[in-house]
Unconditional design. Sequence first.
Length: 151
Amino acid sequence: MPQSLSAVYIHLVFSTKERRPFLRDLKTRDSVHAYLGAVSKKLDCTAIAVGGVEDHVHLLCRFSRTITQAEWVKELKRVSTIWVKEEYRNLADFQWQNGYADFSVSQSNLDQVTRYVVNQSEHHQEVGFQDELRALLRKHNVEWDERYVWD
């Protein structure tokens, strides 16, 4: 096959450092989500949905053929941290957590995961971030060590 083709979808989740509620202000949160989507697009990982609440974000993206997951996440965090600190002087202490979790999404589940990502505010009226992440890890059969997940 002379052409390289790919349709890989990734659901990415990461939190603010120590799950601090840096994104409590809805206008700020929406701007950060939009910025993350734009940065991801520049990395050739087009965002389908970006959502989250005051202490974490979710991105659902069509993943690029030209970048690793680790490079993608590192650049998303690096660029967005610089931007947040420049754009919002009151968030001079802003940081993302070191780690992340990402999960493959099949084409047949894109609509369901999209709704999940964009409805984070409603979802988190019932479930906290740590319980949400534990449930996602279980659902995807990912083993983890509690000592190293929550920074």
